[in-house]
Design a protein around this ligand. Structure first.
Ligand code: HEC
Length: 102
């Protein structure tokens, strides 16, 4: 058990050293309180989001705006909280990452 935990830490730290967008990914930690990649929690799963918007060219900017400003209505009445302190660059990276999921 403890051994597995150490492996996990090692894996996570290797991942962040080699990733140029480490900061964007760190900013995503809070997202996982309401989202997961595959399963709906409070918000839709990132894969569902990707499927819904993949083929719409206008949606990229809308999603950046939605993460920054928060809001509801596209998936139901539960609102997503605003994230005013995330940089445009990190927001773009997150949206690209979400839309790249299959
Ligand atoms: C407090 C819970 C909560 C947190 C934290 C949260 N979300 Fe959401 N998110 C939601 C809900 C609820 C929705 C559905 C909103 C709607 O119906 O329009 C949503 C929707 C979305 C959408 C789709 C937007 C749309 O208009 O279809 C994206 C993209 C998204 N979230 C990304 C993120 C990212 C990235 C983060 C972290 C920076 C994050 N969320 C953090 C609850 C949350």
């Amino acid at each position: 058990m403890a051994k597995n935990f150490i492996y996990l830490l090692l894996l996570l730290s290797l991942n962040s050293f080699s990733n140029p967008n480490k900061k964007a990914l760190e900013n995503m930690n809070g997202c996982y309180a309401c989202h997961s990649v595959k399963v709906k929690i409070i918000g839709p799963s990132f894969i569902e989001i990707s499927k819904k918007y993949k083929n719409q060219s206008a949606s990229r900017n809308d999603l950046v705006k939605k993460i920054r400003d928060g809001g509801s209505g596209n998936w139901g009445s539960i609102p997503m909280i605003a994230h005013p302190n995330i940089s445009e660059e990190d927001l773009s990276f997150m949206v690209d990452w979400i839309l790249s999921l299959k």
